[in-house]
Write a protein that binds this ligand. Structure first.
Ligand SMILES: [Zn+2]
Length: 304
């Protein structure tokens, strides 16, 4: 088993009371490392990229989503565990539809980092259009109701969020036909400390009221023990990104401090794949992060 639908993954997770991790990659090595980790602990996994980052207008070089998609789908095809592909959080409707029509298993339209808020009615309309087109291709759609607080680790500033209102969430799910819904219950985007307080009362109400799988973004902000608890309460998917990148950066920092780079053969540092290859060490940093996280979500040995 390698490539699976999101529906199959989510149903299995809810039934077996674990959460599937979405581990957001940014290049070939990070994507391969995620799957390697999932294989090591025999867990299903979701791989993908961030639509907002890929489509970022400030990006120095324009990226091709098709290239990422080809890379991710080949990695999924060769995987020994169930894998699904997600285009996460794009604020570009056209990009989301393109991804849905070209073979991602799930897409998500979300103006997460937008400076201006998209009004609820407008968001509903956009989401309906996306769902209609995506479902024709058998692609699932994730939506979001409420807003996660957004932390900036460079400035230490926190942009306030908005907790998910259960009634509004139920209405949005019914109106749009989305397949999974991201909720805001204390979790925080881009925060690294794993110290947020999850509002379990709010999560319980949402789990009872909403009849599609619940998703928590900002996985890096959530304590390990909370991940397992949330999974047992009906959270079927948790998103991670920032923590993986920090793990890689810590590795690079340590490497540069411990090695005389100028005295080394550049081929040993990049691309030869040996013990001193920085790319190998980066992959190993991602692998341990992903393995630990999967275990925390009770995902170990859940591959089917
Ligand atoms: Zn997110």
């Amino acid at each position: 088993m390698s490539r699976v639908s999101l529906k199959t993954l989510m149903e299995h997770a809810l039934e077996q009371k674990y959460a599937v991790g979405y581990f957001e990659s940014w290049n070939l090595e990070s994507a391969i490392a995620v799957v390697r980790a999932a294989e090591n602990v025999k867990s299903p996994v979701i791989i993908g990229v961030c639509g907002t980052y890929i489509g970022e207008p400030m990006r120095k070089y324009k990226e091709s989503l098709t290239v990422y998609q080809a890379m991710l789908s080949q990695i999924a095809k060769e995987a020994k565990v169930p894998v699904a592909l997600l285009l996460n959080e794009s604020d570009d409707e056209e990009m989301v539809i393109q991804a849905a029509e070209n073979g991602f298993d799930m897409v998500m339209y979300a103006p997460v980092f937008a400076t201006e808020e998209v009004p609820f009615d407008e968001l509903t309309k956009i989401q309906k259009r996306i769902v209609e087109k995506a479902h024709k291709n058998g692609t699932a759609v994730e939506g979001e109701v409420g807003e996660l607080p957004l932390y900036n680790s460079a400035t230490g500033k926190l942009h306030e969020g908005e907790d998910t209102d259960p009634e509004l969430c139920a209405e949005f799910v019914k109106e749009t036909g989305i397949d999974t819904v991201a909720v805001s219950v204390g979790n925080c985007h881009l925060k690294e400390d794993g110290m947020v307080t999850i509002n379990y009362d709010a999560l319980k109400i949402l789990a009872e009221r909403i009849d599609i799988p619940l998703v928590l973004h900002g996985g890096t902000s959530i304590a390990r023990e909370d991940l397992g608890k949330a999974a047992a309460m009906g959270v079927a998917k948790v998103n991670f990104g920032t923590g993986m990148k920090r793990a890689v950066l810590n590795t690079v920092k340590k490497y540069l401090a411990e090695h005389e780079i100028d005295q080394m053969d550049p081929n040993d540092v990049l691309g030869r794949g040996g013990e001193k290859d920085l790319l190998v060490l980066e992959q190993e940093a991602v692998i341990s992060y992903v393995e630990e996280t999967i275990r925390a979500m009770n995902g170990e040995n859940k591959a089917f």
